[in-house]
Design a protein around this ligand. Structure first.
Ligand SMILES: [Zn+2]
Length: 286
């Protein structure tokens, strides 16, 4: 699943292209994609609207439309956005597929714009969704989704507050919990633990103030650096021009099982923790 840096990359690359486009037609091929809104209502609400801007919250993409309407998109495991212009460069983001068919077997919905370009949503496993951002969903996002690690609200004090509230949970459990912190997934949880020299399975009550400070700083650093490198190409992500993300050579532990630690030379270990494959260096992390 794309994490914060990957969704941010897709957002940045699609934002310029989509801004100002008028949606002249909505075609929904898999009604569940727009659930709980009905196909009829979704079509009625979105048709004729102009795309004003794109935004991101956690791992979700927000599309602000004219008429004070916003859509919220979650790519989940295999969602893919494909922008097809009449002429010029195709932009794709999300799940990598060798042959992009538009519309194809996996196309769940698409927008036809007034200039006859298209935005397709392909999703093999059908977990992804497009929702109308109504008051209920707005409230959910404001109250149920955790701190944005790249916003001003993500302070050392706030991170410490979370750790203090859940003393018996592990670092990784906390970092992956979207109710507490938004947008960090498996890759960046493992990487920020390594950079802070702490084991991801450490209980938060054992962390020193210095370790908390380091963790706070490294979460920010690794996310920012990955955005700069246009994300990581894990199994389920390519950046929006179809290329692989440039963060891969910079990974320290994630996906490096059995390889030598870039700091101490010991083999990177992969274990299962918090229900996920978890990577760490037995020499560098305590
Ligand atoms: Zn090491």
């Amino acid at each position: 699943m794309p994490e914060l840096p990957e969704v941010e990359t897709i957002k940045r690359e699609l934002a310029k292209t989509l801004k100002g486009k008028v949606i002249s037609q909505v075609t929904i091929l898999w009604p569940k994609t727009v659930s709980p809104t009905s196909v009829q209502n979704f079509t009625k609400m979105v048709t004729g609207k102009k795309i004003l801007s794109l935004d991101r919250r956690a791992k979700m993409l927000l599309v602000h439309l004219s008429g004070e309407l916003s859509l919220i998109i979650h790519l989940k495991m295999t969602g893919q956005l494909i922008f097809m212009p009449q002429t010029g460069k195709i932009i794709t983001g999300g799940h990598p597929t060798a042959d992009i068919q538009t519309p194809g077997r996996h196309t769940r919905l698409f927008f036809t714009f007034k200039d006859r370009s298209h935005l397709y949503f392909n999703d093999l496993r059908k977990f992804g969704w497009f929702k109308i951002l109504d008051d209920k969903l707005k409230k959910y996002i404001d109250t149920e989704i955790g701190l944005e690690p790249l916003s001003k609200t993500f302070t050392i004090a706030n991170l410490k507050k979370i750790f203090t509230k859940y003393p018996n949970r592990t670092i990784k459990q906390i970092l992956l919990d979207q109710h507490l912190l938004a947008g960090i997934g498996n890759i960046y949880a493992d990487e920020s633990a390594f950079l802070s020299s702490v084991l991801p399975m450490r209980k938060t009550k054992t962390l020193t103030n210095k370790e908390i400070r380091d963790l706070h700083q490294n979460i920010i650093n690794v996310l920012k650096f990955s955005i700069k490198k246009k994300g990581t190409s894990a199994k389920n992500y390519v950046r929006s021009n179809g290329e692989k993300g440039g963060f891969v050579p910079h990974l320290m532990v994630y996906g490096r099982k059995g390889e030598a630690c870039k700091r101490c030379g010991l083999s990177i270990i992969k274990t299962k923790h918090a229900g996920r494959g978890t990577h760490y260096c037995p020499g560098c992390q305590k």
